[in-house]
Design a protein around this ligand. Structure first.
Ligand SMILES: NC(=O)c1ccc[n+]([C@@H]2O[C@H](COP(=O)([O-])OP(=O)(O)OC[C@H]3O[C@@H](n4cnc5c(N)ncnc54)[C@H](O)[C@@H]3O)[C@@H](O)[C@H]2O)c1
Length: 257
């Protein structure tokens, strides 16, 4: 598969989980990938023949440098995947303002800064591709429905959903498409945090909580990182040339119930 041959992609939060799988899938589809994270991404970048940077998505100066780096070292940018995120499962009565702000600074401000600073560079090469340039923002099923103990996380993912739709309209004249992806529970370190949150809230053991999480999804299992990465590659490609402002739900039927 080489549907992204010649494209340059940037993935945030790429050292593990969905971000790492996405970087691998984009590279397998032919893209040159820039992988960033708070953690070191040097080994992954070397393995994929791409470029790596330690970056905090909440730093505006960091984004300015990252975009300059993409221009100077990779020659531009065609695909941005705003994947970095934090999770929190707490009743609102126990959520501190610092926790709320920290989560919003990564999950919402990080996406805002990435879109704001990368858009001009994405627009430069957008006319070269049938489908233009592509931004993919990681929302969640939590951006579509609520839960009793997750108000902060759900609110942040709901914000990503509507930020995506508004930017899709703002960037359409530049041929920069903007879409959100809404995974169900995925087997990653963050997925593990979700399971331990459910486990302590309901007093369930490891096996019981895993079985329950599988039952939440009509397809009877949680998702794999590669299944989200494939959806992201699709949105990045010319096959999704007429898609912008859309929400691609990849949740084993969770929100169909
Ligand atoms: N795993 C799930 O069940 C699930 C479901 C729906 C949506 N999502 C979303 O998908 C995305 C990836 O989730 P995951 O499960 O792979 O998470 P993860 O916790 O396994 O990995 C997240 C990565 O983001 C990085 N990161 C965190 N804060 C950062 C910051 N300030 N700057 C740069 N990097 C930072 C971490 O270092 C980590 O490598 C997140 O936005 C998450 O909310 C996950």
């Amino acid at each position: 598969m080489s549907e992204l041959q010649g494209r340059i992609a940037l993935v945030t939060g790429a050292s593990r989980g969905i971000g790492e799988a996405t970087a691998r899938a984009l590279a397998a589809a032919g893209a040159r990938v820039i992988v960033t994270d708070l953690a070191d991404t040097g080994a992954l970048a070397a393995e994929l023949g791409g470029l790596g940077r330690r970056r905090d998505v909440t730093s505006e100066a960091g984004w300015v440098e990252t975009v300059a780096f993409a221009r100077a070292e990779a020659g531009g940018l065609d695909i941005l995947v705003n994947n970095a995120g934090l999770f929190l499962m707490k009743p609102v009565s126990e959520t501190t303002l610092d926790e709320w702000r920290r989560l919003f600074s990564v999950n919402v401000e990080g996406v805002f800064l990435g879109c704001k600073h990368a858009a001009p560079l994405l627009a430069e090469r957008a006319p070269a591709w049938t489908g233009g340039a592509s931004i993919i923002n990681l929302s969640s099923v939590a951006g579509l429905v609520g839960s009793a103990r997750g108000s902060c996380y759900h609110a942040s993912k709901g914000a990503v959903r509507l930020l995506t739709k508004s930017l899709a309209m703002e960037f359409a004249p530049m041929k920069v498409r903007v879409n959100s992806v809404h995974p169900g529970l995925i087997d990653t370190p963050m997925g593990g945090e979700v399971l331990s949150g459910i486990s302590s809230a309901r007093g369930l053991g490891d096996n019981e909580v895993r079985a329950m999480a599988a039952r939440f999804h009509p397809l009877g299992r949680v998702g794999e990182t590669g299944e989200i990465a494939d959806a992201i590659v699709f949105l990045a490609s010319d096959k999704a040339a007429f898609m912008t402002g859309s929400e691609l739900v990849v949740d084993g039927g969770f929100t169909a119930q």
